[in-house]
Design a protein around this ligand. Sequence first.
Ligand SMILES: [Zn+2]
Length: 420
Amino acid sequence: MEKQKKARTAHVVLTSHSNQVFKDTPPINWGEKDPKKRGPVIATISEKQNRNAIGTHSGSYTVYRALSIASGAFPKLHKPELANTEGTFRFKPNPSWFDSTKIVTIDPLGADINIHFKDYLDAGYNIKPTIAVTQAHLHIPEVRDAVNEGRLKIDGKIVKEDFSIKCTKVALEPVWYLPGMAERLNVSEGELRKVLFQETGGMFPELVTRPDLKLMLPPIGSSTAYIFGDPDDIHNTDKELTCRVHDECNGSDVFGSDICTCRPYLTWGIEDAARTAQRGGVGLIVYFRKEGRALGEVTKFLVYNARKRQEGGDSAKNYFYRTECVAGVQDARFQEFMPDVLHYLGVKKIHNLHSMSNMKYDAIVGSGIEVVNRLSIPEELIPADAMVEIEAKKAAGYFTEGEIKDSKDLESVQGRKLDE
Ligand SMILES: [Zn+2]
């Protein structure tokens, strides 16, 4: 072990070094229908000559992997044993998979690599799935409440006798096709690469030295789709689809912190998704790890304090302004890329979209998906301290079926004081 550690630290090969360009690297032809021509995403560290992507697997967890290898607890050359890991459901290819502009942040061939890339696997290439599909039963107190209050019924199929909801869940790691992302952001690929390199403190030199590598597996959080009902019906526009695309808010989603509406929105979406499945449709919740409008929890908590300490207290009037003061922007989530997951799953029409956000709505509709109804959260589910957020969002043009307050009224919508 000691010898192995020394060997690793003594020999560092820079990714920018010219001898890191190999002839036998399988090329990637994004959007190509034949998997053999499209090529597998290879981001293994152990066989450098095969790598055709910048970065490594597992998103942000790659850093923890490095720590465990550094500590000697993890074998550096581990090759995944994938027997019996096949998904509980297999998504059939849909036209979006083979359109190089429709999906640019996920590898549509990232699941079922044993089928798509059997020849490469047989030839010994170290390929890892970037999408995994499994089943789960969700136990959620709000769902139990919905049953007890008569809004949701136990049917033994979708909602079980123990109040759990049965679902299929899909984990998706980010795989970025840089030319497609640049196009969607309306910037040049070179500019996108340069800024990604600079703003990560020079983390991935290949962004600027290897324009031939078109893919990047960025060290960011993944996303998860929870599907209620038959996943095969998602692409069937005749079947009712209820959908919520939810951005992570750990404090509310998991811990029930009541300054925002995130958890109530999420559980209301799940409840309605289950109801839709019971009516013969499909429910879909997509959960994105984009904590605090993708600005992170530290920024978010600083904003909470600034909001509550500002002159006049926490009012709906200054809700967005405070975030911009602290973070420089109001929002860094880039909803432009959010619909990629929907296109992967084959969504063409959403009958009920659970969201107030125009950014989400515009991104979904702009990507070619039809939205029939938009639903905002019922007033009785909004926590007391979150009225500031809701009223500010409505006044800023977020979707609502209710009344919109004017500037003076917004001042009167006050949150709890800091020490209350
Ligand atoms: Zn929240």
